[in-house]
Write a protein that binds this ligand. Sequence first.
Ligand SMILES: [Zn+2]
Length: 337
Amino acid sequence: MGNGGTGLGYRVLFVTPLVCDPYSMQRHPAAIALAIVLVVCFSSVRAETDPLDGFTVEEVAPGNHVHRGSLDDRSPANAGDQANSGFIIGERCVAVIDPGGSLRVGQALRAALRGITDKPVCYVIITHTHPDHFFGAAAFRPDNATVVGHENLPRALGQRARPYLKSLERDLGDLAAGSDVVPPTLLVKDEITLDLGGRTIVLHAWPPAHTDNDLTVFDTATATLWLGDLLFAEHTPVVDGTITGFIRVIDQLAGIEVRQFVPGHGRTALPWPDALKPQQEYLQLIVRETRAAIKARRTIEEAVDTVGLSEASKWAAFDRFHRRNVTAAYAELEWEE
Ligand SMILES: [Zn+2]
């Protein structure tokens, strides 16, 4: 299946002269029929090509393997593969970080993991409550791994799991099958350290920022920080917690000594902590312009139509998320002291 596209190309090239040449068409009706069958047949093979063919992971630091999700909207073309995800391999076992946006994505991540190590998966860490990060957790049920999340994660999942699943089924159809919420059984209040054998990872629970249940993972052996959606690269940042809290948390993150880092979406060539700046500037601009709009007694609709538009060319999926961010910022800032 992986080479379906290439195969189609060769076969169409081979049969095209027969179809286009009138002499050949008269002399070789059977060939014409064959050509049509081949084209129809291989077109349908192509249509059924697994959207996760070509799923890859890259080792960004020793033992830290990252898969980059798509920046596009969720659709059958990406099977919900939108968030960055990956795993850290210790001497004893493996910790998966964000198992992806559908069972299919989780299975692809698990297959990629099994292509690299046969060590057991002992932890599946969910960085926060958004469905593009956690719906793949069901793929790791056979591993009996401990599912880990922020202490606020169960409440957030309880509120949104059902509408999230409906929306996944609407967007992915059959490709959503088997995607499910796997509740965390190990909750992080402030900070905990997990031992993967000869390697420890530190999980930190942050105050409300991108959501009210953001968790980061720090691999101490390589100083690699997995940020979940506390860092967006390329993709428009999303505020689903508090915009002022998000800005404060980013300031704190900038003080951490980090050699390598993994955003929740996209990639950046900027070094740490400069990589945090584009997102921080975007959020600060929204706060500044929204405060000005409120002070000028502009309505929320007027604010949404004007605030932050100078950022539009810098981010993917801007139309989909920016107005929502301004709406959330307005509601948050309207009655501040
Ligand atoms: Zn998120």
